[in-house]
Structure formats: structure tokens, C-alpha cells
Design a protein around this ligand. Structure first.
Ligand code: NAD
Length: 358
């Protein structure tokens, strides 16, 4: 296609992005594709401005052909905006996780959604390792005023613990692999897609068919599945009450998989000893978001950081070049790599966004 209008909704990196050109996911560095798109004769709009009908994002969506977004500062492409996006044919997620796009609306409007599958899965899994750094959140409170000693009242070893992952896809499996050397008592997983026997054996992981049953056995639960209709609000008061008292919950998948208030309440009561992660149900998180200030009864247990695990410089290179490859294939009328496709021709092209028995 010639003379296409491409819009990328990224985030500003400021001085850091000027000094470090490998920060490709920023407005300043434009996924490294500005010159290429210009040479090819396309219009390329790059913006951070996404809020409200007068934002650059919402004003330009009406005649955009291809939208590129990032999960780190997502533009929420709602069903309402899809109805206005008359020219839109392709949405590319520069990263992994396309839940900020209303995928059912994309199907309705026959818009293709592709992500750069695998581009940052190692980066996210490494954020869990060593997970002790997150689980020793007790030390954080001590740092506030008493650097000379740490009364490690809520700090434990991973050895001998039962650890379960919700979702055993690319990230879930990598997290399990990184946990193995810590000699946990047992590694468990819950996923409707069963691992091949050899893969499960290599990871030393046992499948548990019921989620409530799995979490009730775990000292630590780690969430590694996409956000979709069936996982939104999955970790609510009821499921958290089935976890072991004083367990830890780690979530680098998507904030909205957990009910924010229920997590904060469980931490305050001590039902959860700690909650750690980098994803928020709304990004950027409002100033009064309960996860900014929540604490356990010891005044600790909060291991939240900004959405950053999947955005190492290595990851940025992979998702920037991957997004460019998706775009190049689309211009050339070539088939996309099947593992990158989330929805196409009005249907889900992946088995990861819910058990749809395709
Ligand atoms: P993947 O497609 O390789 O694996 C996802 C797995 O989750 C699949 O095996 C799928 O069957 C399973 N799943 C789906 N719904 C489930 C449910 N209801 N219960 C249990 N399992 C379920 O995806 P991935 O590359 O491992 O990424 C997983 C998610 O992690 C992404 O969708 C994204 O939301 C998130 N992510 C976060 C970051 C970050 O920077 N924090 C970066 C990359 C990905």
C-alpha cells in the first residue's frame, strides 16, 4: 500500500531518550522507523497524547490506516473508537499483550491485530529472578529510615516453597525455568493449554486442573496469562481468600487480572504477605491508586514498580524491529508470521486469549 497513514502512540522519554537512542519505544526515537517510513512515502504520526476526544490519538484515529501502540503507556482502542476508525486495517502492538485493544471490536470491524510475540518474554521472566528481591519487600520499609539494620520479619527463602504459575506460555515457562535452581518444594501450573509431557518434565512442573485448588497449595503465585474476558478480575476477594494465609502474589501480566481494592485489602489484613509486579489496571495509574500505598500489617509487602519489566533495551530492539517487520510484510502484501497474529479476518488467531474452542 502506498501513502498510508501510520500512527504510533508511544511515551515520551525526554532527556533519557535523547541521550540513549536505544530507547526505541519512545516518542523521540519513534521505534527507529521514521526515516524508513518517510522514504517509503508514508505519513507517520508519533504521539504520547491519548486522553480525550481532542487528543492527537483520538483526532487522528478516523483516517489512520495502521495504529502502532505499546502496552507500557497504552492507547485504549475501545469499541467506540473502532466505530470512528473507518480506515483502520492493522493494529500492531510493539511488545506483547494486546488487551488495550478491544479485540472483539477488532473482529467485528475485521481489523487485524498483531503483536511482536516473544519479543520481551525473557525480560519479564528475568524480572522475576531472583524473585526473592521482590518477596523481601519487608526490607523496603526498613530502608526508609533505618539503613543500619534490617529486621527481616517477612523475608523467606524460596527453597522448599510451593510456587504456582497461572499461565504456562512463553513467560510462565521461562519463570518456572528460572525458579528451578532455587530448589522449591514443588512447581505447579494452571493453564487450559496443557504442556507437552516432555516440556512439563523438563521444567519439573505439575499441572493442577482447578485454579482455586492450585492457589490453595502455593506459598507464591505468579500470574503469567493475558488479560481477556475470563481473566479480568480473576484474582478477587473470593480467589485470594483461597490462597494460603500470608502467601505472595506476583503479577507482571496485567493489572486488571487482579481487583485492585481486593488486593490492597488482602495485604492490609495479612491474607497476602506481599504483592509485587509492574502492571497496573489503568496506565498511567492515578495518584490515588491503592497499589501506590498499600502495605501489610508489618508496614511492608508492597513490591510495585512502574510497567518496566518487558522494556529492557534488548526488548526494545526486538519489539521495534519486530513491529517494523510486521509493517513491511503488510505493505508488501506478504503473510504475517502466524505466531504474531492475535486476531485476523474477524477471528481469534491465537489460543492464548481465552479458551474459545476454535
Ligand atoms: P503466551 O501466549 O506465550 O502464553 C499465555 C498463556 O496463558 C497461554 O498458555 C494461555 O493458554 C494461558 N492462559 C490464557 N488464559 C488463561 C487462563 N484463564 N488461565 C490460565 N492460563 C491462561 O503469552 P506470554 O508471552 O507468556 O505473555 C503472557 C502475558 O504477559 C501477555 O499477554 C501480557 O499481558 C503479559 N506481558 C507483560 C509484560 C510486561 O512488561 N509486564 C511483557 C510481556 C507480556
Amino acid at each position: 500500500m502506498n501513502n498510508a497513514k501510520i500512527m504510533a502512540k508511544l511515551y515520551k522519554g525526554g532527556r533519557a531518550a535523547e541521550e540513549e537512542t536505544r530507547l526505541l519505544g519512545t516518542v523521540e526515537n519513534k521505534l527507529g522507523m521514521a526515516n524508513w517510513l518517510k522514504d517509503e512515502g508514508h505519513e507517520f504520526i508519533v504521539t504520547e497524547d491519548k486522553a480525550g476526544p481532542n487528543s492527537v490519538f483520538q483526532k487522528n484515529i478516523a483516517d489512520t490506516d495502521v495504529l502502532i501502540t505499546t502496552p507500557f503507556h497504552p492507547a485504549y482502542l475501545t469499541a467506540e473508537l473502532f466505530a470512528k476508525a473507518k480506515n483502520l486495517k492493522l493494529c500492531i502492538t510493539a511488545g506483547v499483550g494486546s488487551d488495550h485493544i478491544d479485540l472483539n471490536a477488532a473482529n467485528e470491524h475485521k481489523v487485524t491485530v498483531a503483536e511482536v510475540t516473544g519479543s520481551n518474554v525473557t525480560s519479564v521472566a528475568e524480572h522475576h529472578a531472583p524473585p526473592r528481591a521482590q518477596l523481601c519487600a519487608g526490607a523496603r520499609a526498613d530502608r526508609e529510615g533505618r539503613l543500619e539494620r534490617c529486621v527481616a520479619r517477612s523475608s523467606f527463602d524460596l527453597e522448599g516453597k510451593v510456587i504456582g504459575t497461572v499461565g504456562a506460555g512463553r513467560i510462565g515457562q521461562r519463570v518456572l525455568k528460572r525458579l528451578m535452581p532455587f530448589d522449591p518444594k514443588e512447581l505447579l501450573y494452571f493453564d487450559y493449554n496443557e504442556l507437552a509431557p516432555q516440556a512439563a518434565e523438563a521444567l519439573g512442573v505439575r499441572r493442577v486442573a482447578d485454579l482455586g485448588d492450585m492457589v490453595s497449595q502455593c506459598d507464591i503465585v505468579t500470574i503469567n496469562c493475558p488479560l481477556h474476558e475470563k481473566t479480568k478480575g480473576l484474582f478477587n476477594k473470593e480467589l485470594i481468600s483461597r490462597m494460603r494465609h500470608g502467601a505472595w502474589l506476583v503479577n507482571t501480566a496485567r493489572g486488571a487480572i487482579c481487583v485492585a481494592e481486593d488486593v490492597a485489602e488482602a495485604l492490609a489484613s495479612g491474607q497476602l504477605n506481599g504483592y509485587a509486579g509492574d502492571v497496573w489496571n489503568v496506565q498511567p495509574a492515578p495518584r490515588d491508586h491503592p497499589w501506590r500505598t498499600m502495605k501489610n500489617p508489618l508496614g511492608a509487602g508492597n513490591g510495585m514498580v512502574p510497567h518496566m519489566s518487558g522494556t529492557t533495551l534488548d526488548a526494545q530492539y526486538r519489539y521495534a524491529t519486530g513491529a517494523q517487520d510486521i509493517l513491511r510484510r503488510w505493505f508488501a502484501g506478504e503473510k504475517q508470521e502466524s505466531h504474531n497474529l492475535i486476531v485476523e479476518n474477524g477471528e481469534y488467531a491465537t489460543k492464548a486469549y481465552g479458551d474459545r474452542k476454535r
